[in-house]
Design a binder for this molecule. Structure first.
Ligand code: URA
Length: 202
């Protein structure tokens, strides 16, 4: 990654648009994705949400958080009183990585090296957006933002990500995989985290 980071730094984009052109024009680190899924939302957003990587739906539509995890996130944002349209949404890794099983494309968790490959872009992106608060959705985002392994159970809550105020919470896709009773409990705790984030960012 050191070499890749040096090469990225040389590109020295001066704006979010310039950065996005570079990301969109770069081949996926692991081949397969249809396109890079770029961040979405206004500059100086109150909250920037960082996920792991685009999923199948995101890869096809070219927008972050539009699949099942995105729908759960939408519901939780509403319940927490956060306007998605006023938030910035992006991912630690910008390309969908999957394993083909028949017609299905099964999401594959990015490796540490892959997250590091995309990390310079993510940090640069947030430097341009300048949100008031950065919320890491899940451990991969928290790792990308801190450069350290961040198990959710021990690091959940307020955090500092370099120069930004941060907050670490669950990834919505994690909740989708829980049995119903646990899902309900996790969802309520997730909404509570989002409410707290909204207060911090206000
Ligand atoms: N999961 C993520 O982490 N990001 C998306 O954009 C969609 C699902």
């Amino acid at each position: 990654p050191a070499k890749a980071v040096a090469a990225m730094a040389k590109q020295a984009p001066q704006s979010l648009e310039a950065l996005n052109r570079i990301i969109a024009g770069t081949a996926p680190f692991v081949p397969g994705a249809t396109r890079a899924v770029l961040g979405e939302g206004p500059m100086a957003a109150e909250i920037a949400f960082v996920g792991e990587q685009p999923g199948d739906h995101e890869d096809l539509q070219g927008r972050p958080f539009v699949g099942p995890a995105g729908q759960l996130l939408d519901r939780a944002l509403k319940d927490a009183g956060i306007d998605r349209g006023k938030s910035y949404l992006t991912n630690a890794v910008k390309h969908f990585k999957f394993e083909q099983r028949g017609k299905r494309r099964i999401h594959q968790k990015p490796t540490t090296g892959e997250v590091q490959h995309y990390r310079w872009w993510l940090l640069k992106e947030l430097d341009f957006v300048k949100p008031r608060l950065v919320v890491a959705l899940g451990g991969t985002a928290a790792f990308a933002l801190t450069g350290k392994a961040m198990p959710i159970t021990s690091s959940r809550g307020e955090a500092v990500f370099r120069s930004w105020r941060g907050y670490i919470t669950l990834h919505p896709a994690y909740m989708l995989r829980l049995p119903d009773a646990a899902k309900e409990v996790a969802y309520e705790s997730f909404v509570a985290d989002l409410r707290r984030s909204r207060e911090i960012a206000a």
